[in-house]
Design a protein around this ligand. Structure first.
Ligand SMILES: *Cc1c(COP(=O)(O)O)cnc(C)c1O
Length: 371
């Protein structure tokens, strides 16, 4: 029996051929036609003209924060229920995160708690500069409500759509819901280039300056002339070729993730003590990971152990940032939602490369541990 992974890359002949063709074309050095085409195609997918392919989602977040003016000494409000990269990018800028808890409707940042945190910081004489909102597990946050809070408090809004490629909010594409957005194409994401990311912006001039900073801030001279500190954050042309092949298959990969989710939902009815991530009416999620919550913490532990014993990967939901030792000193606006999700939640294997038999194997092991 081979191990069943949580979210392994779903790649095949199409990606392999694209990669080899890019290699044979001689465009090995970072720039090249596939890189340009990949940017145009992602731009077409989202409807925003600016798209800059970068080495990782984390690098993209770093550039995005810089682009909205976040710098040393600033305070940035951030979703506490997320992967650490969302917050590390704030730290790279020399800024300080203040964490905001989730709401139960989408598991994403609570607009009410965001408002409370912004007010509290204002009263303390330390107003925030920006917000990093995360679209977790391929589902958008309640962006209209969050945007309203940002307008009121004059906060720039960075959308960490790393997990949300292909998702929509009120029929608007993830990645285009804030002032600037970021996708990840890491190996575990719904669309992968093995490693990579994309910064999305409505302004071509912003894309140009981000592309400049991502390529060591080189001035257009023959010798190397620098007037800014840049980064080596560009995606390689070879990986962009893989991304283009994946993009063609995105609708199919999303469909398969949704089928897997539906299969779990049919088998794990509420009377099993298991409930699924809620999907509010404004959300059209991409199906990235099937996430469940157990009525009982001990039940979750037993299921995790049972799956591990059968060589099936599962993981608790993200450990909130306010619980991370490295961020223990930070302020936070909390109501217990993300702590509860972390205590009782579990991600189940959801890769679009899984067969129905694989999913049924997972289901039978889950059902083998009644509550
Ligand atoms: C994966 C991820 C990132 C980072 O993307 P990388 O491409 O791995 O650097 C950032 N934020 C969230 C929410 C993620 O899941």
């Amino acid at each position: 029996m081979t191990r069943i992974w949580l979210s392994q890359p779903d790649v095949g002949p199409l990606e392999r051929e694209a990669l080899v063709a890019a290699f044979d074309s001689g465009w090995i050095a970072p720039n090249g036609p596939d890189l340009d085409a990949f940017e145009s195609e992602v731009s077409a997918l989202t409807g925003w003209p600016g798209a800059v392919a970068v080495a990782s989602g984390t690098a993209g977040l770093h550039l995005a924060l810089g682009s909205v003016g976040v710098g040393r000494g600033d305070i940035v409000l951030a979703s506490t229920f997320t992967f650490v990269a969302s917050v590390n990018a704030i730290t790279y800028c020399g800024a300080t995160p203040v964490f905001v808890d989730s709401e139960t409707a989408s598991w994403n940042m609570s607009p009410a708690l965001l408002d409370a945190a912004a007010r509290r910081l204002h009263r303390a004489g330390t107003p925030a500069k920006a917000v990093v909102v995360v679209d977790l597990y391929g589902q958008c946050a309640d962006m209209d409500a969050i945007t309203a809070v940002c307008r009121e408090h004059n906060l720039a809004l960075v959308e960490d759509a790393a997990e949300a490629v292909g998702a929509r909010y009120k029929n608007r594409p993830a990645g285009t819901l804030g002032d600037i957005g970021v996708f990840s194409f890491n190996g575990n994401k719904i669309l992968t280039t093995s490693g990579g990311g994309m910064v999305l912006t409505p302004e071509l001039s912003t894309a140009t300056s981000i592309r400049y900073l991502a390529t060591q801030a080189r001035q257009p001279t023959v010798h190397y002339e620098h007037t800014d500190i840049g980064f080596n954050y560009r995606m390689s042309n070879l990986l962009a070729a893989v991304g283009r092949a994946q993009l063609q298959r995105l609708p199919q990969m999303m469909k398969r993730r949704h089928e897997i989710n539906a299969r779990y939902r049919r088998a794990l009815a509420p009377e099993t003590g298991i409930t699924f991530m809620p999907v509010p009416e404004w959300s059209s999620w991409n199906g990235w990971l099937t996430c469940v919550v157990f009525d009982d913490v001990d039940h979750r532990q037993r299921v995790m152990a049972e799956l591990a014993a059968h060589d099936i990967e599962s993981r608790p939901l993200w450990k909130p940032m306010h619980r991370q030792p490295v961020y223990s000193g930070c302020q936070a606006e909390l109501d217990g939602t993300s702590d509860d999700l972390f205590a009782r939640g579990l991600c189940l294997p959801s890769s679009s490369a899984l067969s129905d038999d694989d999913v049924d194997t997972v289901i039978s092991q889950v059902l083998a541990c009644p509550r």
